[in-house]
Design a binder for this molecule. Structure first.
Ligand code: FES
Length: 123
């Protein structure tokens, strides 16, 4: 039978946290800012401070928020780090915003991006 190393004072899971804190936020006495709302195609979504727009969509169960130029195929986040450009959305009237990089802000108006996102712009 293999010997299991047990650190002095018991395992990490059984050791009481400092000062009775029960979470990382409690350890540093963090108080997150309150949630806020954004809209996506007229639907109100709840966002947390610091969340990317893609994270807000995922939390709401939305996995696709643009269509491709050729074929109109649905797309959402793929890489999640700003490299693939699959997650483009129109944010406050500005097309081609990478939803995985743009932080949601209170009152943001986000819409599905069709193709290049310039169809309804006078360009
Ligand atoms: S998911 Fe790839 S750039 Fe946003």
């Amino acid at each position: 039978m293999a010997k299991v190393y047990e650190p002095e004072g018991g395992s990490e899971a059984n050791r009481p946290s400092p000062r009775g804190a029960s979470s990382p936020a409690a350890l540093v006495r963090a108080a997150p800012d309150p949630a806020f709302t954004v809209t996506f195609d007229g639907r109100t979504l709840t966002a947390l401070p610091g969340q990317s727009i893609a994270a807000v969509f995922w939390a709401a169960g939305i996995l696709s928020w643009r269509t491709t130029r050729a074929g109109g195929e649905p797309r959402g986040a793929f890489c999640g780090i700003g490299s693939c450009y699959d997650c483009l959305a129109t944010v406050n009237g500005r097309p081609n915003q990478r939803a995985c990089l743009v932080a949601a802000r209170p009152g943001d108006v986000i819409t599905t991006q069709e193709g290049t996102g310039h169809a309804d712009l006078a360009v």
